[in-house]
Design a protein around this ligand. Structure first.
Ligand SMILES: [Zn+2]
Length: 441
């Protein structure tokens, strides 16, 4: 690729950039949440044998907190465990003793709906299984054998059919920003600013009660202009509390993306025989490599599997940018686990006749470093022919973004959906919620 092919975008920023000091490794610290969502689907959970109803959640909001004993860490996938317990219960035994119970915060009171609850087999009284987005800690347990109605966005529906082979007749794709009625309940899907297809779910019950479920989201001020939320009194907010503590600060996504774009542009200009690599999970954080492709004026190459994922995203612009021909472009996407010095050197060796070095980006969530609030603090790690940047690209709200969103919504009640498995973190979160919502209401 020649520099002629590069677009003129951000030239000013590029030339205005401070020289990047070459220093040491940034240390990644896992936040409260147990682990970053892993894109690999877990095979262990499966819908249980059909069991007779011993109680229904459909009526009288029978989904109260009285299922309490089962408050388990939200969204903590059951990868590696749980499968056996399902199997033990494989006989048509009624009680389901020993079987994983759906926790209360995945049920929407008074609706017969569940949200992101696929790892509990058939849930008694559940008439509609909502899926907020296609991350394995949310769809975990969903397989092609699933036989109940799923509701989700078009993109998530495409992914569920394409990647999990769930049969079409069970996948109900709802339009965005449009009031739909599901089993007598009004539902509106709103963009969650998380991964492609991720939605916030607004439920408006026949009695007028409104409930908002954020799924996983990164709050941003534009959400305050969603017509469906304007002037609406929200009774209960089910909140993604992944980073519900003040130390979780990170730059706006656009700044993180721009930083990577500038670094790629600079390196390609100084060293045209550079191969640029971006790490990726199955879905999410695409903006980094798409923006680099845009500024370098090239396509982006990826595995067949990732390519198939990208075809689900309902974007002609994206379809035009992706390829599976590794020799056609100097911008490659690799699985996140391969984005380390060993994996990158191995990759460079495959193309050694063509490239002299690799510039790699690893989009991370929150990363512990001195002043991680700004992209000015980002430092690459350099070993031999490989330059590796961690990019603080979060798809969850920072503490201050979360606070602002909650203060906009002013819910009567907040139910956290992440980091709820531990008494101390629950208590701390409750303290913040009370603080945020105190004062004039
Ligand atoms: Zn997610």
């Amino acid at each position: 690729m020649t520099s002629k092919a590069m677009k003129q975008m951000d030239i000013g920023v590029f030339f205005g950039l401070k020289p990047k000091p070459l220093t040491t490794k940034t240390e990644e610290k896992v936040p409260l949440r147990s682990q970053t969502p892993n894109a690999v689907s877990s095979q262990n959970a499966r819908p249980a044998q059909k069991r007779k109803a011993t109680g229904s959640l459909g009526d009288s909001g029978g989904v109260t907190e009285n299922v309490s004993g089962v408050l388990v860490p939200a969204a903590s996938g059951t990868q590696g465990r749980g499968g056996k317990r399902f199997r033990q219960n494989g006989t048509a035994e009624e009680g389901g003793r020993g079987k994983k119970q759906c926790p209360f915060y995945k049920k929407i009171p008074g609706t017969g709906f569940t949200v992101d609850a696929f790892q509990y087999g058939e849930i008694e009284g559940c008439a509609a299984y909502f899926l907020t987005h296609f991350h394995s800690d949310h769809y975990g347990g969903l397989t092609k054998k699933f036989r109940f109605p799923i509701y989700c966005s078009k993109i998530t529906g495409n992914l569920v059919q394409s990647k999990l082979r769930v049969e079409k007749e069970f996948v109900n794709c709802l339009p965005m920003y449009t009031e739909c009625t599901v089993n007598g309940v009004k539902v509106v899907l709103l963009d969650a600013n998380h991964c492609p297809g991720a939605v916030l779910l607004l439920f408006i019950l026949p009695n007028g009660t409104s409930i908002l479920h954020t799924g996983d989201f990164r709050a941003e001020p534009s959400m305050e202009r969603y017509p469906a939320l304007l002037g609406r009194k929200i009774h209960t907010l089910y909140l993604d509390t992944t980073y519900c503590s003040p130390e979780y600060t990170f730059p706006p996504q656009q700044e993180a993306v721009q930083f990577a774009v500038n670094a790629a542009f600079e390196m390609m200009t100084l060293h045209p025989r550079t191969l640029v690599v971006c790490g990726t999970y199955s879905v999410g954080k695409e903006k980094v490599f798409l923006a680099i492709a845009d500024v370098l004026g090239c396509k982006v190459c990826m595995s067949q599997d990732k390519y198939k994922t990208m075809q689900c995203l309902e974007s002609d612009e994206i379809r035009a940018l992706v390829t599976t021909d590794w020799h056609s472009t100097a911008l490659h996407v690799l699985p996140m686990m391969q984005v380390n010095f060993k994996g990158l050197n191995a990759h460079l060796n495959k193309f050694s006749g063509r490239y002299d070095r690799i510039l790699a980006f690893k989009p991370t969530g929150w990363t512990y470093s001195e002043g991680c609030g700004s992209v000015a603090d980002i430092r690459p790690e350099i070993r031999g022919k490989v330059t590796l940047y961690g990019i603080p690209y979060s798809e969850h709200s920072s503490f201050s973004e979360m606070k602002r969103f909650v203060q906009f919504i002013k819910p009567q009640k907040i139910i956290p959906t992440v980091n709820v498995g531990n008494w101390k973190s629950r208590t701390t979160m409750e303290k913040y919620f009370a603080e945020w919502l105190s004062g004039p209401r």
